[in-house]
Design a protein around this ligand. Structure first.
Ligand code: SF4
Length: 196
C-alpha cells in the first residue's frame, strides 16, 4: 500500500474505494446531513483508521451537519464525540475501527440509520436494488453476490464485490487481499492500493 491521507476535501473521491457498509454511511451522511450515533461511530472510526486526522474529521462532519444546524449546535453536541473517538476526551482510549464480525453481529439499523453491513442487514430486494443502482459488476456478478447473501455468506458476498470491482487485483504483486471480507479498512486499503 502507498502513502495516502484522507481529508474532508478528498473523501468524496475516495468513497468509491470503500466497501458497501462505508459507502452506505457516506451516502447517508451526504443525503441526510447527519448520522445517528451508531453510524457516527462506525464511520468515524473507519475514517480515522483510513488516515483521516481528528482536525479533518471535525471539518468533514461539521461541513455536512451545518447544512441542517448551526455551527454552535454542532460544536455543542457533536465535537466531543469526535474528539473522544480520537482519544482526546474522557478516558483517552485509542478506539479501533470495527471489523466485519462486529458490524455484522451488531445492532441492525433502524429507519433513518445507515450503519451495519448491507449484506447482513438489508433484505434481498433492498440489497439487489442497491447493487443495481451502484452498477457493481455485470448482472451475472450481482446474481452471484445475491446468491451468497441469501446463503448468509455475508463476507464472501463482500469479497465478491471486491473481486468484480478490482478484476486484476490478484495479479498485482504486494496487494494485500488477506483482510478483505474481514475488516472494512482492509477492503479500503486494498482498493486504494489497486488504484495507485
Ligand atoms: Fe462492510 Fe465487512 Fe459487511 Fe463488507 S462484509 S460490507 S466490509 S461489514
Amino acid at each position: 500500500g502507498g502513502e495516502y491521507s484522507l481529508t474532508s476535501d478528498n473523501v468524496d473521491d475516495y468513497s468509491s474505494n470503500m466497501p458497501l457498509c462505508m459507502r452506505t454511511l457516506h451516502t447517508g451522511l451526504k443525503q441526510d446531513h447527519k448520522l445517528k450515533h451508531h453510524g457516527r461511530l462506525q464511520y468515524g472510526l473507519f475514517l480515522k483508521a483510513a488516515g483521516m486526522s481528528m482536525e479533518e474529521s471535525l471539518r468533514f462532519f461539521q461541513k455536512e451537519f451545518t447544512k441542517i444546524m448551526t455551527a454552535e449546535k454542532f460544536q455543542k453536541e457533536y465535537t466531543y464525540n469526535i474528539r473522544h473517538m480520537y482519544g482526546k476526551e474522557g478516558k483517552r482510549t485509542n478506539y479501533s475501527a470495527y471489523n466485519c464480525n462486529k458490524i455484522i453481529m451488531g445492532a441492525p439499523p433502524n429507519t433513518g440509520e445507515h450503519h451495519g453491513c448491507p449484506y447482513r442487514h438489508y433484505d434481498d430486494d433492498h440489497l439487489s436494488s442497491l447493487l443495481n443502482k451502484m452498477q457493481i459488476g455485470k448482472a451475472s456478478d450481482r446474481s452471484e453476490i445475491m446468491a451468497l447473501k441469501k446463503k448468509k455468506h455475508f463476507t464472501l458476498a463482500c469479497q465478491k464485490h471486491f473481486e468484480v470491482s478490482h478484476p486484476k487485483a490478484t495479479s498485482i504483486p504486494d496487494l494485500n487481499l488477506s483482510g478483505v471480507g474481514e475488516h472494512p479498512n482492509a477492503w479500503y486499503a486494498a482498493s486504494v492500493a489497486y488504484r495507485v
